[in-house]
Design a protein around this ligand. Structure first.
Ligand code: ZN
Length: 371
């Protein structure tokens, strides 16, 4: 049995804990719900209980190398604290990392070199995709997660780019509209207000209120109305729904153009549930990118919209939740266009491969590399 570490994905709703071997094999995963209403101590107690359970089980056969905790919020890595976390009330400025370490030490689990590392959830997702997913073997990449909000992470030279204290990669709070919609961060016009699942719902509500979106209005009366419903209408040819995704793609393209111009990375991976609507937003996204980024225009692949390993026809039939793929399974993208560019390096924009497990793999990996 191999040495292993543990990755934790602490979300506002779900708490997931996985044991992952050093070679990237998922040994076991525990899915719990985050009982935010019971308070911080209870959530930490359940998390530590699950870490202990997995560590004790797999320790018999391999060394326990540590645990990485992916948290949705602004992390101060030096202090091991969460500075801001909208979905975890009462956790701000609390030394989460040290507290988990204290509890696991008290139960005798951290007697060797094992470390507890606190990290932002999108940063660990970037690291997971870079280790085992869409950007496997690509040293310089970024992820943009399109979920309820928008997260981001940058990997440079095979390591998470932290900036001064772990806050680098906040693509969701890049300004796209100077006088735009107010954001919870205090700014106006942030990217996550225009290119996220909640942005899709806002645009749908506005289209319905405008009175010219009967199919959307009908769908919105269903209990399960969400981003997937808008996508389903868009691929059926509903004009207002298609327009929503075109707008979404435009904003995403504007933001990507800035990132490509500034960082000139080899690959940009779009993750999160809304990235599954690729075929509905990718055309306008790539139009904006070509028009707005001189670096992208100089490095555009021959067929940028075709996802690696997937023929164009299957791309057009893909659906929102079809993002998952087991670690290391086929579909490994080339960072070079295969056709005719004689080895010239191209800027690849593609979809994530690991789904919500990216964060678990990445969190497990940061614990190993921190040791
Ligand atoms: Zn913001």
């Amino acid at each position: 049995m191999p040495d292993f570490s543990i990755g934790v994905d602490l979300g506002g709703t779900n708490l997931r804990i996985a044991a992952v071997s050093q070679e990237g094999e998922l040994l076991e995963k525990i899915n719990l719900s985050t009982k935010v209403e019971l308070g911080r101590d209870q959530v930490i107690a359940e998390m530590c209980g699950a870490i202990r359970q997995l560590a004790e089980k797999y320790k018999a056969a391999g060394r326990f190398l540590g645990a990485g905790i992916g948290v949705p919020g602004i992390i101060d890595r030096e202090c091991g604290t969460i500075r801001k976390a909208a979905n975890l009330p009462g956790w701000e400025n609390y030394p989460v990392g040290a507290e988990i370490e204290r509890r696991l030490c008290a139960s005798g689990l951290l007697e060797n070199e094992a470390r507890i590392v606190l990290e932002n959830d999108a940063r660990v997702a970037a690291f997971g995709e870079q280790w085992l997913g869409a950007a496997r073997g690509v040293p310089n990449m970024a992820i943009i997660t399109l979920g309820t909000g928008m997260g981001g992470g940058i990997v440079m030279g095979g390591k998470i780019w932290h900036g001064m204290n772990g806050m680098a990669g906040e693509f969701g709070h890049v300004t796209l509209e100077p006088e735009g919609i107010a954001c919870g961060c205090g700014n106006r016009g942030c990217a996550e207000k225009y290119a996220s699942a909640s942005a899709l719902l806002r645009m749908a509500r506005e289209a319905i209120a405008g009175g010219d979106a009967p199919a959307l209005a009908k769908a919105s009366s269903m209990a399960d109305f969400g981003a997937q419903s808008i996508y389903n209408l868009a691929i059926e040819g509903d004009v207002p729904s298609s327009e929503i995704f075109r707008t979404f793609g435009r904003y995403l393209g504007i933001m990507l153009a800035d990132i490509v111009n500034v960082l000139n990375l080899e690959m940009h991976v779009l993750g999160g549930g809304a990235a599954g609507a690729w075929d509905a937003f990718a055309p306008t996204m790539f139009d904006e990118l070509r028009q707005r980024s001189i670096v992208y225009a100089a490095t555009v692949p021959d067929d940028p919209e075709v996802l690696p390993g997937r023929p164009r026809s299957s791309v057009q039939r893909s659906s929102v939740p079809a993002e998952k793929s087991p670690a290391g399974a086929g579909a490994r993208p080339n960072s070079r266009s295969a056709a005719n560019d004689e080895g010239a390096r191209r800027t690849i924009i593609t979809r994530a491969l690991l789904g919500s497990d990216a964060g678990l793999y990445g969190a497990a990996r940061v614990a190993v590399l921190a040791g």
